[in-house]
Design a protein around this ligand. Structure first.
Ligand SMILES: Cc1cc2nc3c(=O)[nH]c(=O)nc-3n(C[C@H](O)[C@H](O)[C@H](O)COP(=O)(O)OP(=O)(O)OC[C@H]3O[C@@H](n4cnc5c(N)ncnc54)[C@H](O)[C@@H]3O)c2cc1C
Length: 474
């Protein structure tokens, strides 16, 4: 019997190779341009399957990728010619227990968690687009509408089951394998395949105030001073809003807000009154069922397009920078209409007090008290030429934020790592992130991460995100 036949016989899930009728579908990712042609897609059923798949890949020198929800824009859950460990088919459910804990399969989407939890009157911080995956979003930190009250997703992670490169299964928590638990809270997918996440849940009201407010870009003159003032005073724990500077379907420049208040319509309207008083051209705000909150943006970010994202941290909101970005978005989309479908610049106004109350170094995630921004571009063709122009546009918009006084130097400013698609290529390759990026991202935590990499993944089987080189033995 061939090695592959023996692998297949022992494996409980499904192994898809290129001749399988569902193979093409199995390669699909949120960003079409982050898709790669794997040699094998392994839909695993349990931790034994994960161990078997890792063993087979290592014995046959196949590079490995792990897929959660498939939303990483840099291709880190795809692998050209390698083996994908995919939990989406058999390990994507969320179960809630009496202790207000959610037991979540490593391939689950946030929709499953939100729906299961709110059925018990509970919730926790999770992705603001509910078709994103729990896996990648959690391991990279995890912001969400409830972060002001409950912190990052990793701050609610109480346990994870991790299969390391040698095929061993580890429970990681503050009491079991605490070093591994520290590393996976911000260290990304560098340490193993997480088969199960256990998240702490919190009592949550069934309805919340949320919706979209859309203004013409000319309203930035009135909106930005309000936002600057609000930011200076400090955001309330119950609020979050996202500001999207873009062009509307009719190509007119506009600003979209996704607003959230964890309370009633009356409270929400009172809280956002200064915004509402500025006569938005679209206002969908109202009291909605909690489980709809993280679906409000779903159709604005559909699967299957070519995406490029470039993040940044900025000291705070700034009138001139917002206006300049808006103006350049108009000019750049017009100048490159043959290449560009849409350009947006998104600012995420998370209340940061709770997030930054966790001492630096307590998890591998660096707490940054800055405004998170991200350039979000949809481009037409996944070719070298289109990607080159897209990259140039993203860099130009990010460079505008660097003109702001007090911004971190460019080489230290990674922005939120989970949005980064710098290394994506239009070619069918397995991209490698330069180590300088990991140094900037992990900062003082890198030394400990490198030591743990030596302990848990010395051969760098998991190296498709911001990779970490194992520390050299003393
Ligand atoms: C439309 C959109 C909205 C977003 N909104 C938010 C948001 O509100 N908050 C936020 O914090 N981020 C957000 N992000 C960023 C998001 O965190 C990343 O895209 C993240 O990579 C998504 O995780 P995934 O599991 O879907 O991705 P995948 O591409 O499947 O995985 C991403 C990385 O995580 C690894 N991984 C995934 N699952 C596992 C696992 N079980 N075990 C080990 N490794 C695993 C993969 O190997 C890969 O390296 C958003 C992204 C998009 C595209």
């Amino acid at each position: 019997m061939s090695d592959f036949a023996a692998f297949k016989q022992a494996f409980k899930g499904d192994l898809l190779t290129p001749e399988h009728p569902e193979y093409e579908k199995a390669l699909e990712r949120w960003a079409a341009n982050s898709q790669r042609r794997a040699a094998i897609v392994a839909f695993v059923k349990d931790t034994d399957d994960i161990s078997l798949a890792l063993k087979y890949a290592r014995e046959h020198n196949l590079p490995v990728a792990v897929k959660g929800g498939g939303h990483n824009p840099a291709g880190s859950s795809s692998v050209e010619g390698g083996l994908v460990i995919d939990q989406s088919k058999y390990r994507s459910a969320a179960r809630i227990d009496a202790k207000k804990l959610a037991y979540i399969g490593g391939g689950a989407l946030w929709e499953a968690v939100d729906k299961a939890a709110i059925a018990h009157g509970l919730a926790t911080t999770g992705g603001t687009v509910n078709h994103t995956g729990v896996g990648g979003l959690t391991l990279g930190g995890g912001y969400g509408f409830l972060a002001g009250e409950h912190g990052l997703v990793i701050d609610n992670l109480v346990q994870a089951t991790v299969v390391t490169a040698d095929g061993k299964v580890h429970v990681a928590s503050t009491t079991e394998n605490p070093d591994l638990f520290w590393a996976i809270r911000g260290g990304g997918s560098n340490f193993g395949v997480v088969a199960e996440f256990v998240l702490k849940l919190h009592p949550q009201r069934r309805t919340v105030f949320a919706g979209l407010l859309i203004y013409p870009a000319s309203a930035l003159d009135q909106l930005m001073p309000l936002i600057v003032e609000k930011y200076k005073k400090g955001l309330k724990a119950k609020e979050t809003f996202l500001q999207v500077i873009t062009r509307g379907p009719d190509q007119s420049p506009c600003v979209v807000f996704v607003v959230f208040w964890n309370g009633s319509e009356e409270e929400g309207r009172a809280h956002y009154k200064p915004f509402l008083d500025l006569n938005p051209i679209v206002n969908t705000c109202g009291e909605i069922p909690f489980e709809r909150l993280n679906s409000l943006q779903n159709d604005k970010v559909p699967h299957g397009k070519n995406y490029y994202l470039k993040p940044i941290y900025q000291p705070g909101p700034d009138v001139d920078i917002a206006k300049k970005i808006s103006q350049r978005i108009v000019e750049l989309t017009s100048a490159h209409s043959d290449v560009i479908e849409e350009i947006s610049f998104i600012y995420e106004f998370w209340p940061l007090d709770k997030i930054c109350s966790v001492p630096q170094g307590e998890t591998a995630f660096q707490r940054i008290r800055r405004l998170s921004g991200v350039t979000h571009i949809i481009f037409k063709e996944n070719t070298e030429e289109h990607l080159k122009i897209t990259r140039m546009i993203a860099k130009e918009l990010i460079d505008i934020t660097h003109t702001m006084k007090g911004n971190l130097p460019e080489d230290q400013n990674t922005g939120y790592a989970n949005y980064n698609s710098d290394q994506i290529s239009s070619l069918a390759t397995n991209e490698v992130m330069p180590t300088s990026k990991s140094e900037a991202l992990f900062g003082d935590n890198l030394k400990r991460l490198a030591e743990l990499k030596r302990k848990y993944d010395p051969e760098m089987v998991f190296s498709k995100w911001f990779s970490i080189s194992p520390a050299v033995a003393a």
